[in-house]
Design a protein around this ligand. Structure first.
Ligand code: ATP
Ligand code: MG
Length: 423
């Protein structure tokens, strides 16, 4: 099998590492990739929003399977366009990717199917949204309908905060993503991420994780794309996982099938575990970043074979086997992230960190300059450690972090303590 992986983040480095390890993988290309993915295959400088260019690249290299990492190309219909060109691709169609591409689509689907989720209402006019806000009161959650790269959700404690979020979103601050908004009830509980590999009709549990979204220790500071994660999730147990499958994942798959938009790919449910049980916060239609960096190193069976089986609708042939070792990933970001950052600083110690047993360094915003790895973005590295216990996994991850020589970075020192301190 000749494989093209789409994307360039830390998630794609983790995907590239697992795909390249498959005995089925004869050649791996990554577009556009990063210096980390280049260690497992050949990077292609492609504009991935140019679908004809992606198709031409597949034909030129006899690629027969494409794996799409990020959400934007899925929502833009890359899988549909590849299929129309006769190229098999792993990931949902444009129609099925609406589960992530439109919050209101997912909320209405959940309501229609009886999937537990926060009460909500959709709006395109600020006056009506504010009237509903006064009726419901605070706290309340204001969400842009479309893809907003993590900037589309405001959990408001005051009416003023909620009103300014409504005005900003409907006023165009997020572009088309905010032309419609959802106001929803705030759920209280602990968050967890649940992953399912789906072939349109069946769902196979594919790991759980928890992430840390805030920039600083103690969950302080601004929201980020994710400063660290650990797997498995500490708040889920087998009974809760069965409940998530039964009440959330399986009904969703059935509902999508019935609507003529079967979901194929990785379905990532963002959950709130409340006193009344698990509630759906949101769906993503791909692996998370940095969740992939804790899930995939724990997968002991063939990722590529599993993805092919899902794409071909024969998921029952897949028996994933997971390491008993938990995993912890610590993200190293450029100082200033999630605000503006300076790029170009040299990163040392990558090999020293990777020389540690059970430690892997995943690259995200990096570039190569004269044989050296330099910072080229906000989130730059994720250092993953595995160990016989969560505490040991974390200790290994931080040992790896200590070997990275990059003074211009910062990272959180409390990844996974949420689970460790509780237990
Ligand atoms: N109804 C809710 N009640 C409480 N908290 C919420 C609610 N909805 C969202 N949140 C909080 O806001 C965060 C982001 O919300 P959501 O996952 O819907 O947005 P997103 O931008 O798609 O996130 P992601 O980048 O993880 O895909 C959640 O992880 C949760 O912490
Ligand atoms: Mg999302």
């Amino acid at each position: 099998m000749r494989v093209l992986l789409i994307g360039s983040g830390g998630r794609e480095h983790a995907l590239a590492r697992s795909l390249a390890a498959s005995p089925l993988c004869e050649a791996l290309y990554i577009a556009p990739g990063n210096p980390g993915t280049a260690r497992h295959g050949t990077n292609l400088a492609l504009d991935i929003s140019d679908h004809p260019a992606v198709i031409a690249a597949c034909r030129a290299r006899a690629v027969d399977f494409v794996v799409v990492g990020p959400e934007a190309p899925l929502v833009a219909g890359l899988v549909d366009d590849l299929a129309a060109a006769g190229i098999r691709a792993f990931g949902p169609s444009r129609a099925a990717a609406q589960l992530e591409g439109s919050k209101s689509f997912t909320k209405e689907l959940a309501r229609d199917l009886g999937v537990p989720t926060a009460a909500f209402r959709r709006f395109t006019e600020a006056v009506a949204a504010k009237a509903y806000l006064r009726e419901r009161g605070v706290p309340i959650v204001v969400k842009a309908d479309g893809l907003a790269a993590g900037k589309g959700v405001v959990v408001a404690d005051t009416v003023a905060e909620a009103e300014s979020a409504i005005d900003a979103m409907l006023g165009g601050a997020l572009g088309r993503a905010g032309a419609e908004i959802v106001l929803e009830e705030r759920l209280v509980g602990r968050e967890a991420s649940f992953f399912a590999l789906c072939d349109g009709a069946h769902a196979l549990p594919f790991g759980t994780a928890e992430d840390h979204k805030r920039a600083f220790d103690g969950d302080g500071g601004p929201n980020t794309g994710g400063m660290g994660a650990f797997s498995p999730a500490s708040v889920l147990d087998p009974a809760l996982e069965e409940e998530v499958l039964d009440r959330i994942i399986r009904p969703t798959l059935g509902g999508m099938l019935a609507r003529g938009a079967p979901f194929v790919g990785i379905l990532y449910a963002g959950l709130m575990i409340t006193a009344e049980g698990p509630q759906l916060i949101e769906y993503n239609v791909r692996f998370g970043d940095p969740e992939a960096q804790v899930l995939l190193p724990r997968l002991r069976t063939d990722l590529l074979a599993a993805m092919i089986a899902a794409t071909d609708g024969v998921l029952d042939e897949v028996r994933p086997d997971w390491s008993d070792f938990p995993a912890v990933a610590v993200v190293l970001a450029s100082r200033g992230y999630p605000g503006p950052v300076e790029t170009g600083s040299v990163i040392g110690g990558l090999d020293a960190a990777e020389a540690l047993d059970h430690v892997t360094v995943f690259q995200a915003g990096t570039a190569e300059r004269g044989g050296e790895i330099v910072a080229a973005g906000g989130r730059v590295l994720a250092v993953t450690g595995l160990g016989p216990s969560l505490a040991e996994a974390r200790a290994r991850a931080y040992e790896g972090v200590a070997r990275i020589d990059w003074p211009e970075s910062f990272h959180r020192r409390d990844i996974a303590s949420r689970a460790l301190d509780a237990g």
